[in-house]
Ligand binder design. Structure first.
Ligand code: GRF
Length: 202
């Protein structure tokens, strides 16, 4: 399945997806990396990996609709069927999401539905959690609330800082996102009536 990755920054999850997709047996092909931020380090990494790296800076557009339309044009040109949000820090409109139900994935650094939004690692420590982790889910118009595809957990250790915990979570993010994309791209996980259906083959 032709897949585009949307980023805003570092792009370490993007790199993990590119590495996985480099395998001929991987069911998704990454056809473009699009960033809403021209300075995103991830764009350079995508370029270095030989993947079309396209900046569509939000600052170049007067409103969200025209910015989204420009991204839509890039997605259409590359014939992207699936979209992976990977540290993409912008909310997509309900229309954009509705047109692609079950075809947009996001990775979030918490065990959803706990800790949607920002500063998840600090909030998990503050809450006294003993486990924390990450979630890949289908994107719905409401932020960080779509049906869960896959999750991975890590321990919260005594004396953990938000940064230390973030690093531990990031390692499992890099394993989880390719796995979740493979499930969706191969049809083994799909969104139906607002839920994730996993086929028996999993
Ligand atoms: C990751 O922690 C991801 O879960 C969150 O934003 C961060 C992006 O990191 N959505 P990177 O750009 O993939 O390195």
């Amino acid at each position: 399945k032709k897949t585009a990755i949307l980023i805003s920054g570092r792009g370490s999850n993007m790199s993990a997806l590119l590495r996985a997709a480099a395998d001929a047996d991987f069911p998704a092909e990454i056809v473009a990396v699009i960033s809403d931020n021209a300075d995103a380090p991830g764009l350079k990494a995508a370029e270095a990996a030989g993947v079309p790296a396209i900046a569509v800076p939000r600052a170049d557009f007067t409103d969200r609709a025209s910015h989204e339309a420009a991204m839509e044009a890039e997605l259409a040109e590359r014939e992207a069927e699936l979209i992976c949000l990977a540290g993409f820090m912008r909310l997509l409109s309900a229309g954009f999401v509705a047109r692609r139900e079950g075809r947009i994935l996001n990775i979030h650094p918490s065990l959803l539905p706990l800790f949607p939004g920002l500063h998840t690692h600090a909030r998990a420590i503050e809450a006294g959690m003993r486990v924390h982790g990450c979630t890949v889910h289908f994107v719905t118009p409401q932020m960080d609330a779509g049906p869960i595809i896959a999750q991975a957990a890590v321990p919260v250790l005594p004396g953990d800082t938000a940064d230390a915990l973030a690093g531990r979570v990031l390692q499992v993010e890099h394993r989880l996102y390719p796995l979740a994309l493979a499930l969706v791209a191969s049809g083994r996980a799909r969104m139906e009536n607002g839920r994730t259906m996993l086929s028996d083959a999993v």
